[in-house]
Design a protein around this ligand. Sequence first.
Ligand code: UD1
Length: 419
Amino acid sequence: MGKYVVEGSKKLKGSVDISGSKNSALPIMAAALLTEEECVLENMPTLRDINIMDSIMQSIAVETRFEKQNNIMRIKAGGAVYNADNNELMGKIRASFLTAGPLLSRFGRARISLPGGCSIGSRPIDLHLKGLAKLGAEISKEFGVVELKCKKLKGADIYLDFPSVGATENLIMAASLADGVTTVSNAAMEPEIGDLCTFLQKMGAEIYGKGTDTVRVVGSPGLKGAIHRIIPDRIEAGTFMLIGAACGEIRLNFVRTEHLRPIVAKLREAGAEVVEDGDAVVVKNTGCIKNTDIKTMPYPGFPTDMQPQFMSLMALGQGTGVINETIFENRFMQVNELNRMGADIKTEGSSAIIRGVKRLTGTNVRATDLRAGAALIISALAAEGTTEISDIYHIERGYCGIDEKLRHIGADIRRVDQG
Ligand code: UD1
């Protein structure tokens, strides 16, 4: 257990290198289960969630080697088994359920622990299961484990009732070793799904419509090992962009600006200065953030994973803004903590009304989940005085050395181990 101690109100200036995307790396690790051959993943972020997925892979007899000094992970699933049913380990991350599609498709059988509840919402897996059933899986549940069986998955037309990121990924992976053609309509279009498809194509999968809402997969009899470089993390980049807008001037290296469109648009609308420069982006505080309205949407809409951080920026903005959260039912956990720092935020159902205040002041706050924790870091950096953020293991799930990166640009942030 650790906490961050932040002395706020420091002017930040400098450049930050953005790490590989957590949300690409997790499904791509699961995709490596589709072949007996070795896969080599480059630009892997060193994060808690990645370490947990690594342990999950090892728990099903997959050989992995994570060379953290050069961000390379080697995965060889030649000896993999189909029972990913260690409830405690699997319950630690929701992405554990992404092993279902690959294991079922490769072995005709999979035993997967149900992912646990989550503080930001109930996060069911019905869309994953409905799609896998359409591909021919027989599904039962007992003792917290989903059992999936089939002789051989068969391609099918699948319509997703909602463009779920995880369901789209699970189904594309399952379809890549099925007999025949699968079409996933109303598929999620997040860039991380495009990255997964690129990796699968390198493994030999035949996939059309990558990055669109209709993905067609022609099943292959087998897939081979591949080498792949994970795309930059657009949410880490977005978080640092907001830190720049709130506290100084930050240049972010190694980003894909095309993935940052909704964040750039909203930052400019709010009055921040954003300059795109090849694979870098510079964000500057102009001293005047005008509050605006935001509605979270599936990609290319405004990402729910940036909503809490934008709320922190708006807490110190001018005027009133409304955030409408449409993806998760309980994603305003940061509001109480921000209000403890002096923010003026009210929630009403899926909306939050943010009235900008002149100053925030440091106090003790708690990271309730990953992105809420990131929001608290932004507010702590902008606030007067000292803020102590506890339960930072949530933040470390998804941000690679965030305290170190912040110190590099002039922030006064210390990580203190507790107990
Ligand atoms: C992924 C991201 C997460 C991001 C989210 C939405 C990873 C590892 N995580 O999560 O950071 O916040 O996308 O952009 O990539 N739903 C159902 N039934 C299902 C599946 C989902 O009702 O079977 C609902 C969920 O409860 C939620 C919404 O759909 O309300 C979005 O979930 P989904 O897109 O599946 O998110 P994840 O893949 O879990």
